[in-house]
Design a protein around this ligand. Sequence first.
Ligand code: ATP
Length: 444
Amino acid sequence: MRVLIVDDEPGIRKTTALAVEAMGHEPIGVSSGLKALKEIETEAFDACFLDLKLGTENGLVVLEKLLKAQPSLPVVMFTAYANISTAVDAMRRGATDFIPKPFTPEQIRQVLEKIEKNRRLEKRVEQLESQITDEAPAVDLTSEEVTVQRTLAIAFKAAETSASILILGPSGTGKSVLAREIHRRGAQKDNAFVTVNCPSLSKELLESELFGHVKGSFTGAVADTIGKVAAADGGTLFLDEIGEMPLEIQPKLLRLLQEREYERVGESRTRRANVRVIAATNRNLAEEVKAGRFREDLFYRLNVITLTMSGLRDRPADFSRLATSYLDFFSKRIGKKLNGFSPEVDDAFSRYAWPGNLRELRNVIERAVILANGDRLGLEDMPEEFATPEDSRVTVGGRVTLEELETEHLRRVLGTTKTLDDAAKILGIDPATLYRKRQKLGMI
Ligand SMILES: Nc1ncnc2c1ncn2[C@@H]1O[C@H](COP(=O)(O)OP(=O)(O)OP(=O)(O)O)[C@@H](O)[C@H]1O
C-alpha cells in the first residue's frame, strides 16, 4: 500500500515511516497540508496518517481537502490526548480512525492491518457484485404501459425521501427488484440494503433476526447478535412478505418506525436505529387488517406510499421486450446463437396466464435456451403447459362456448397490442368495458 504521512514533526514522520516500511508498505512523508495535496493530486494513496495540528494549519481542513481529492482514502488522525473530542469530530467528517500521541509502532501496525483487511473485503464485494451482474439479466425499469410508468415514477420520486414504502403485487412481479432500485436511488444508497424474509422463520427467530439477541436469551443463542435492524442502520431494511409477519412482532416494528427504538431479545437496554423501511407482500394487506391478522396502525404507518406492481399479463406492451432481453441474455451466457421465437411460441406465450410473472418468464426462457437445438426457440423447448394439443384449441367454429371464444380473442388481442387503449380500440369497446370484461372472465 502507498501510505501518506502528514506531520510537521520530523521525528513522528520518521517513526511512522519505519513502522509502515516494516510492514512492507511504501511510506511518503510530507510536512504540510499543501504538500500532501500536491502528492495526492499526482497519484492515489491507499492510506493516510494526518496530524490534527499541523503548525498553523488545521488538520480538519486538510482532511476535508484530502477527502475531496480522493473520497475513498482511509485517513487516520494523530491527536494529542487533550484533542480527543476534535478527533471524534474528524471521524464524523470522514476520518477512518485516530491514534492518540504519543503512540507506539504497534498501534500504527494495528490500524494499517485494519485498513488492509477492509480493502480486501471491499475488493471481494466488488468482485461478487460484478459476478452477480454477469449472472442475472439486466433489470429493466421502463415500461410502455401507462399504469406501470405511473408506478415507477412514484417509486423514483419516493426514493429521494425517507418515507416508508409498501410494495404490493403478485409473486414474481419484481417487488424485490424495485425495492433495491429505490434504495440505489436514495440518500442512503452507500449504506446497507438488508433483506428480512418474514415467512422463512419462526416467531422467536424472526424477532431475533430483526432486533438481535444477547447470548443465552434462548436455547441456541450461543453468542450476541446485532440483528438486521442494526445492520441496516443508516440504510434500508427490506421486509419481504410482511403480510406474514406474526402479530406479536408487529408492535415492535411499529415502535421502530415511530420512535426508531428497539431492544435486543433478552436485553432491556433501548437501542436506536435510523432505517428506511420498504415492505412488500403479495397478500391484500387491507384484507389482512380486516381479518385481524395485521395491525391497522402498522398498516397505516407502512402505507405512506403504496406501489402496486402489475402482473405480466397486465403488461402486454412490455412482454416482447422482456422476453427478447431474457433470450439475448441466456443465449449469450449459454453460448448459443438464437434469434427469436417461433410463431407457435409467440402464440402460446400470449395465451398463457403467467401466474409466476417475470420470474416464470425468465425461468421458462432460460430452460428453453438450454434445451434448444434449432436457431430459434420452438414449442418443443417449452414446458408442457405451453404445448396445447391441436384439437383442444379454442378456434372459431370449434366445439367451444362463446365465453371461451371471447376470452381467447381478448387474450390474443391483448398479446399483440402495446397498450390497453389500443386493445380496446381494436375490440371496439371502451377501456373501462375491457377492464370489466377481463375481470369477469378471470383474466386479472
Ligand atoms: N424490472 C425487471 N427487469 C428484468 N427482470 C426482472 C425485473 N423485475 C423482476 N425481474 C425478474 O423477476 C425475478 C423475480 O423478481 P422479484 O424477486 O423482485 O419478484 P417479487 O415480486 O419480489 O417476488 P416474490 O413476491 O415471490 O418475492 C427476478 O429475479 C428477475 O429475474
